[in-house]
Ligand binder design. Structure first.
Ligand SMILES: Cc1ncc(COP(=O)(O)O)c(C=O)c1O
Length: 400
């Protein structure tokens, strides 16, 4: 594969004339039609943390949020002293149910998180309306939902603010990365002021991420995904590369350097993808339709498709999740397992440490046992989709 490395080499140089971070933030603002201000961070969770800092979230405050997510989401505010109030998900859409969310709001609620799981839009405008004038910030977790439309508007522009992740397997990737979108000018000014205390990735980390991105671009396809992921996890465990999370951010105070800017290599990758945002979305729409057509002839339930849905992964329920994941790894078929517990990747026995009571969100717990997901990204071709469905039809068992 022929690759032009020059733009990345230029981008990494601290003496480079133009900072790609400024350009990428502008690309995003343009994509969202100038309705939001975009701020870049090292990861999606850091974007949420930045927002929580900017509104002064602290002890005694509550954040209402869905179970069936990553533990790094509540960890973005729990170290500030705020408490998570978990609500169950809709078993069809895996999303926040407005009724449950509104019922969980109490006198101490300062923020509600509305998650568009797998890119399926969660009704948000109704929640915004109900929270108006109540000093409660409605924040969209749009980490899976780049390109999705929510209540007729781009996901990420309906709530007061939103955060997106551009980690490896998200709708588009910059390796690791996070984006905060803010609608309100005063709030954006507070976010901007707080950026004075952001750490910046040094050149070694920037270079590491550039190398990982090149390796990802050259080597990772749905067929190679399984072993590439194992290799990445092994290198992370050995402390040789930066992983999707580190143990020291999952307990106690957040580690130094957590509140960190996006690096140049990440932003440069973002600029390259931004040229093709429209085709990224169009591709995923096509793959999503292909799955629907192929699955129509199987006993597996077709993913929900409310208007505006643009999936990041194709979710399905199976009765034999673990067996299927093991077989897929052997067969070189990319089958994902978001989320393995209501607060992935923490085992059920440790969820109480994060304020989650076992049994309190039964649908989230059932989804964690049953839901797998199939690839849909720009790296997945039609033949990968066909292969994944063939594999599922052969080895998967639909839930009773
Ligand atoms: C729904 C959801 N929100 C937030 C995050 C955190 O994103 P990041 O890894 O960029 O911090 C994830 C990560 O996978 C996620 O799935």
């Amino acid at each position: 594969m022929k690759m032009n490395l020059q733009p990345l080499v230029e981008a990494l140089s601290p003496h480079a004339g133009k900072d790609p971070r400024d350009g990428f933030a502008r690309d995003l603002q343009d994509w969202f039609g100038g309705t939001v201000q975009a701020f870049l961070y090292f990861r999606g969770r850091v974007a949420l943390h930045a927002l929580c800092r900017a509104i002064g979230l602290g002890p005694g405050d509550e954040v209402v949020m869905p179970a069936f997510t990553c533990v790094v989401v509540p960890r973005a505010f729990q170290p500030l002293g705020a408490r998570a109030v978990f609500i169950d998900i809709d078993p069809q859409t895996y999303n926040t149910q407005p009724e449950a969310l509104l019922a969980a709001i109490g006198p101490r609620t300062r923020m509600v998180l509305v998650q568009h799981t797998f890119g399926i839009p969660a009704p948000t405008a109704r929640i915004v309306e109900a929270c108006r004038g109540r000093d409660i910030l409605v924040v969209e977790d749009a980490c899976h939902a780049f390109g999705t439309e929510v209540d007729g508007r781009p996901a990420g522009t309906v709530g007061n603010a939103a955060f997106l992740s551009t980690q490896w397997n998200k709708p588009f990737t910059t390796g690791l990365g996070g984006i905060l979108l803010v609608r309100d000018g005063d709030l954006a000014a507070r976010v901007q002021a707080d950026r004075a205390s952001l750490a910046r990735p040094g050149i070694p980390l920037d270079a590491e991420l550039a190398v990982l991105q090149l390796a990802h671009a050259a080597l990772v396809t749905p067929r190679t995904h399984g072993w590439a992921q194992q290799m990445y996890r092994a290198l992370t465990a050995l402390g040789l590369v930066t992983g999707s999370w580190s143990n020291d951010e999952l307990a106690g105070p957040l580690p130094p350097g957590y509140f960190c800017d996006m690096g140049r290599a990440q932003a440069m990758a973002g600029r390259l993808v931004a040229r093709d945002f429209a085709s990224n979305v169009a591709h995923r729409r096509r793959m999503q339709q292909r799955y629907r057509d192929l699955l129509a002839g199987t006993p597996f339930a077709i993913a929900p498709d409310p208007p505006g849905t643009v999936l990041s992964r194709y979710p399905l329920r199976v009765a034999n999740k673990q067996e299927l994941l093991d077989r897929a790894a052997m067969a070189g078929v990319e089958v994902g397992s978001w989320f393995e517990t209501p607060l992935h990747p923490m085992p059920l026995s440790r969820l109480r440490d994060y304020g989650y009571e076992l049994g309190s969100c039964p649908e989230a717990e059932r989804a964690a046992r049953e839901v797998i997901n199939l690839p849909i990204s720009v790296r997945a071709r039609e033949s990968d989709v066909e292969r994944a469905v063939r594999f599922l039809s052969r080895h998967g068992r639909p839930p009773a």
